[in-house]
Design a protein around this ligand. Sequence first.
Ligand code: AMP
Length: 194
Amino acid sequence: MRLILLGPPGAGKGTQAQRLVDRHGIPQLSTGDMLRAAVKAGTDVGKRAKAVMDAGELVSDEIVNAIVAERIDQADCARGFILDGYPRTLVQADSVEKMLADRGVGLDAVIELVVDDKALVGRIVKRAEETAAAGLPVRKDDNPEVFEERLREYYKKTAPLIGYYYAKGLLKGVDGMASIDEVTGQIEALLSEI
Ligand code: AMP
């Protein structure tokens, strides 16, 4: 199964992706996590991405497309994967389509977590507080100022993907404002139909 989770920052993509991993035994491919790992490891990609990520802007299509193309060829992706936070631009969407077509496979569904923007800043602040309380490092971009920029980037560059995937008949919406368990239930119900 090959899925995309779509939605603004703080919509719950990572949480739901993790649940899909546990349930379906396919990996979560989070470009955000991969980029943060590259920053931490001090690789060339990490060095190029760091300032852009700290500002809440999008890293170049070229960089993320290359990271994903390499990742999906790894053995654990043979049965499928969950793309979390990728694609985020129309160029990336075209790129993933081509990557999959070249490998003779396709997407099964694009799940959009539909949320109310105004609730998102509160979620991000809560995520930062909970992370700090657990003694874990807080993401530099999980603060209200950078979050506003991440949201702007989402509406400018990522929201057009909703129409893109709707036109392909792949888009499935779930109510991202429901409880975590309810959202998981809605996703599983959708997946049982495909
Ligand atoms: P995330 O963890 O998905 O919120 O991503 C954190 C940051 O990593 C984003 O604000 C971007 O700077 C960068 N990033 C993650 N995924 C992508 C992507 N698909 N395209 C461009 N930038 C990305």
